[in-house]
Design a protein around this ligand. Structure first.
Ligand code: NAD
Length: 497
């Protein structure tokens, strides 16, 4: 059985803990490896390594850091196939989807390559007689990233390229469910010329997360995962006086206006609800049908959901792969049972998915479609994180806005309409962080910033883009005067008068 270790100071690191966790191949249901789960001592050792590496790395010029990132970008491109296969083999999503997620991560590397420009400060000449003032952004120190299973490459890459470009050192604690791709990214960074200790990967569970939170030498924590853990991270990181951004769960609505182009809407909803088996924080899990468009929408969706091709991620004909683990499959199945008990109409039942020959033990489920879901139901309120789309009927536009604004989560939202005024009003009034207008998955590009509202994000900074640069740097403002002529003490507050 393969053992997956940590990556510390440029090398594989076994760690002192004897605890391990199973890593599955979701397509076959087999255990493919055991991953070592770091102990507190292991984490403290890694933090010491990263703290030491910071001394030199923070003094490397932005242009030199950028050159390493350019080489890293080239190496990712050269190794795209291998990285993609690692994602498919441990997450289960289909090959092209996994490749696309890697590309979205790569785009953050490309953005971070521009760090010499991004770190340019502000300068004002002559703020007072002979006095100049300027601002600089300096790195924080050791930063840590704790990431979820659903994007083993992209979500870590929302964080570490900018963190290290800004002059920090980084410790990544990826999901223990799919740790291999993040480890390979570490090896590629080394190959690109990144000094040892600047980027480290520590595998683990709650023990390693708690150790990162309490270690005084960790300056900042970026977290992406479920809302209860995001809240825990936010509270504890703050308790230990760290900078923190903690992105949580989601329930993304797609408002379908009566004037929407239904071909475009249904195509968009299919990809957004069932792509990656619904295991995306930007998955559309609720379609809000306005007025009398509901019947037509459900009828069209039904045909498409029934046609979904579910199969192993490496099979080019599969549109949707298996879920990540057997445990997650049980959770999603359980939610479908709940929806039925709650009285929602199960139009397409993914539980009836026939076992695939040769893949009988894989974690597969078909796409499910619920109609007449109401806001009091658990399948509406809670995040299912599987291929289950709920249709809610709303009598008008205002009812839809109120529904969405009253929901616990506020990650992403879309509206499908041909009417500019509806789209504009929606954009202005909706309490959600990322909005799509006739765009089903409005994930911002690397040079903008990603983040939700309400209980989808705890903290003040979104990730990547300029928000990322701000998160990973501290602002310092300098006011300077060079001695000229006679000096005299002044005991009043300095002003321009
Ligand atoms: P999770 O919260 O279970 O795990 C996330 C990370 O936290 C993992 O590294 C895990 O090891 C660690 N962790 C788990 N339990 C912990 C505990 N008790 N104490 C300390 N650390 C703990 O999330 P997941 O199941 O891996 O990922 C799915 C979730 O992530 C979904 O809720 C999804 O919406 C969310 N997500 C959000 C975004 C976003 O941008 N808002 C993006 C991707 C995923």
């Amino acid at each position: 059985m393969k053992t997956i270790e940590h990556f510390v100071n440029g090398n594989s690191f076994l760690g002192s803990s004897k605890r391990t966790s199973d890593v599955f191949n979701p397509a076959t249901g087999e255990v493919s490896a055991k991953v070592n789960l770091a102990s507190k001592k292991d984490v403290d050792d890694v933090v010491a390594v990263a703290k030491n590496a910071f001394i030199k790395w923070s003094q490397v010029s932005p242009l030199q850091r950028s050159r390493i990132l350019f080489k890293f970008k080239n190496l990712i491109e050269q190794n795209t196939d291998e990285l993609t296969k690692l994602i498919v083999s441990e997450h289960g999503k289909v090959y092209d989807d996994a490749k696309g997620s890697l590309t979205r991560g790569l785009e953050v590397v490309e953005f971070a390559c521009g760090i010499p420009h991004l770190l340019k400060g502000e300068f004002t000449e002559n703020v007072g007689g002979g006095v100049d003032s300027w601002s600089i952004r300096q790195p924080l120190g050791v930063c840590a990233g704790i990431t979820p299973f659903n994007f083993p490459a992209m979500v870590p890459m929302w964080m570490f390229p900018l963190a290290i470009a800004c002059g920090n050192t980084f410790i990544l604690k990826p999901s223990e469910k799919d740790p291999s791709c993040p480890l390979m990214l570490g090896k590629l960074l080394k190959e690109a010329g990144l000094p040892d200790g600047v980027f480290n990967v520590v595998n683990g569970d709650k023990e390693s997360v708690d150790s990162l939170l309490s270690n005084p030498d960790v300056s900042a924590i970026s977290f992406v995962g479920s809302t209860p853990i995001a809240k825990y991270i936010y509270e504890n990181a703050a308790k230990f006086e760290k900078r923190v951004q903690a992105l949580g769960g989601a329930k993304n609505h797609c408002v379908v206006m009566p004037d929407a182009d239904l071909d475009q809407t249904v195509a968009g909803l299919m990809g957004a609800a069932y792509g990656s088996a619904g295991e995306r924080c930007m998955a559309q899990s609720v379609a809000v049908a306005i007025g009398d468009i509901g019947d037509e929408l459900v009828s069209r969706l039904t045909k498409e959901v029934q046609k979904l091709k579910v199969g192993p991620g490496m099979d080019k004909s599969s549109e949707m792969g298996p879920l990540v683990t057997g445990q997650h499959l049980e959770k999603v199945t359980g939610y479908i049972d709940i929806g039925v008990k709650e009285g929602a109409k199960l139009v397409v039942d993914g539980r009836k998915f026939q076992k695939l020959q040769g893949y009988e033990k894989g974690f597969y489920i078909g796409g499910s479609l619920f109609d007449h879901v109401t806001p009091n139901m658990r399948i509406y309120k809670e995040e299912i994180f599987g291929p289950v789309l709920s249709v809610v009927r709303a009598k008008d536009f205002n009812e839809a806005i109120n529904l969405i604004n009253n929901h616990e989560f506020g990650n992403g939202v879309s509206i499908f309409t041909r009417d500019g005024n509806s789209a504009r009003t929606f954009t202005s009034h909706i309490k959600v962080g990322m909005v799509g207008i006739n765009i089903p998955i409005p994930v911002p590009m690397a040079f903008h910033s990603f983040g939700g509202w309400k209980r989808s994000l705890f903290g003040d900074h979104h990730v990547h883009g300029m928000e990322g640069v701000r998160f990973y740097t501290k602002l310092k403002t300098v006011t300077s005067r060079w001695p000229t002529g006679k000096a005299s003490a002044s005991f009043t507050m300095p002003t321009m008068s």
